[in-house]
Design a protein around this ligand. Sequence first.
Ligand SMILES: [Zn+2]
Length: 280
Amino acid sequence: MTASRFFRSFVIPAFSLLLFSHCAMLGLAGPLLVSESDESKLGAEFNTQLHTDPAQVKEYPVFVANTPERIAFQNYVIGLAQQVYGTIPAKDKPGYAFTYTLIDAPVENAFAVPGGYVYIYTGIIKTMKNESELVGVLGHEISHVTRHHYRDALAKQTGISLLYQALVGKDAGQLTQVVAQAFGTLASLSVSRDNESEADKYGTKYTAASGHNPLGIANYFERVKSPGPAWLSTHPAPKNRVETVRTQVANNSGYSALAANAAVTDYQSRFDQMTAVIRK
Ligand SMILES: [Zn+2]
């Protein structure tokens, strides 16, 4: 079921009984139920808990940059994410700033939560072969946020309770409660295959815009066969994902030129050098 059908068939009728005064608002598109400001607050609460709640600190061990090499590695990954984000036209960017966090665990995953908080494990970076693959995955995650996929998924997965509280409970106390209940949900939001395709498309576009081989994500997917890493469990694979990206690249002469020049645009030696510290 698509997000809009979900809202039309279920959320809107239920809410119209509860929230008569919000009827005009509910007549608008479903995603408006969770505003950018709500996304931002939810994400900030999630990020604070990830860094401070003992259980979450254990589950998500944040990368400690305590040596020059580790500092350089962290700056490298965050710098690439910022480079990708920098290629996105202003009109497509949300109002909030993005925050990138490295998680130091052998998990092949990357995820984001609403509000521009993007997390990537050292475990997935270890499985990558070059910079264009890393940029492809970062571009994909960033696209989920800029296209508001996680907001839609959140609305779908948590249903009325969270939406109701997000809508009417604007104070920090209630919001903290909402995030406490939804922490696991936020960390494992599963988006639709359509949204996955869109994130592949935009991620590929941004990978090319940053001067990298736009086939990076396709090359990564081609190598990590099913059932694949944890990343695929929250990123349901669209049909013909690799071919779709290849077609997108083939149909754009600029993208094709970057792909043909992969010996340069994969930035493999820089990637090998900068990620050596996590392979020790
Ligand atoms: Zn995805």
